[in-house]
Design a protein around this ligand. Sequence first.
Ligand SMILES: Cc1cc2nc3c(=O)[nH]c(=O)nc-3n(C[C@H](O)[C@H](O)[C@H](O)COP(=O)(O)OP(=O)(O)OC[C@H]3O[C@@H](n4cnc5c(N)ncnc54)[C@H](O)[C@@H]3O)c2cc1C
Length: 290
Amino acid sequence: MKNFYTCLVVGAGPSGSSAAYTFAKNGIDACVIDKAIFPRDKLCGGLLTRRTKQCYSDVFCSGWDDVYECKSNGALFFHKGQMINAIENYGELYFCNRRTFDHALLEKVTATGADVVLGDRVEVVDTTSRTCLLHSGRKIGYRYMIGADGVNSVVARAITSKGFDRSRFAFAVQAETPDIICKQEDMVMPEIYFGEVDWGYGWVFPKKNSCSVGIGGLCKKSGDVTRRFREFYFARTNQLYSAPLKGHYIPFGNFSRNAVAKDIIIVGDAAGLVDPITGEGIAYGNLYKF
Ligand SMILES: Cc1cc2nc3c(=O)[nH]c(=O)nc-3n(C[C@H](O)[C@H](O)[C@H](O)COP(=O)(O)OP(=O)(O)OC[C@H]3O[C@@H](n4cnc5c(N)ncnc54)[C@H](O)[C@@H]3O)c2cc1C
């Protein structure tokens, strides 16, 4: 590992891996740093739309049969527990486990020869000296920096005068359960639930050996999402959810208007780039159009 890179990428989620891969493939010396050791978990429904598939293919120029777990071509829609629509010929929908999906993307980065630093957090970004200070005490210099460090981005705070307004975020709670299946006849079918929270929705998404059950909504409109999750989980599975709950913010409709400054660009969740209606965000971190 060097002490200076032309392009330093903070965060190795889909946004950071897409960026690091793109730079390294184009012969630019790049390094990606993540506070986690991969493979790592990331709370996410793991729904991959055709948009995500297209972005993936544009960035990584490869097929993706090895990165998703299951596939569907329809969805079931519910309102206050009653099924209101079943779409059976929507087109392609894919479902991944973010632990393996993000790890697969990062392995593609590693294969380019880019440096990958894991298990070390960026704590301070000094835009004057163009360096960042890691938790380990190490300092790394950069010419350009990509802030792909998610919804609580340290990099975003270094270039925007004020952080995001959390009351404008969405908050989502999700659990994996092997105890239910999402199937209608022989087809794997994701389920979308309206009317469970205001300004949000619930979901049950299929995975290979489990389902993701989650609920999320805009913080200031959705009340106690944690309580609503427990009620929703019970209604869908007929079981009480007793394990510790995991929740995460989504930068719903809260994108940064100053995503570029001082030779730094913030991308993905760090820049608030999620669909403000569905919360879909995996596709929006890609740099290929910049
Ligand atoms: C419950 C839930 C369900 C969702 N479901 C879907 C879905 O089904 N489909 C979809 O498309 N989107 C979904 N999303 C949104 C999606 O997860 C995000 O939009 C997407 O992960 C953004 O990717 P990213 O690379 O920008 O950030 P992240 O995936 O959050 O990656 C950021 C990375 O930065 C690292 N990091 C953070 N801070 C530092 C630091 N200081 N130093 C070093 N590293 C750091 C983290 O460890 C992490 O690996 C969901 C979100 C939630 C919360």
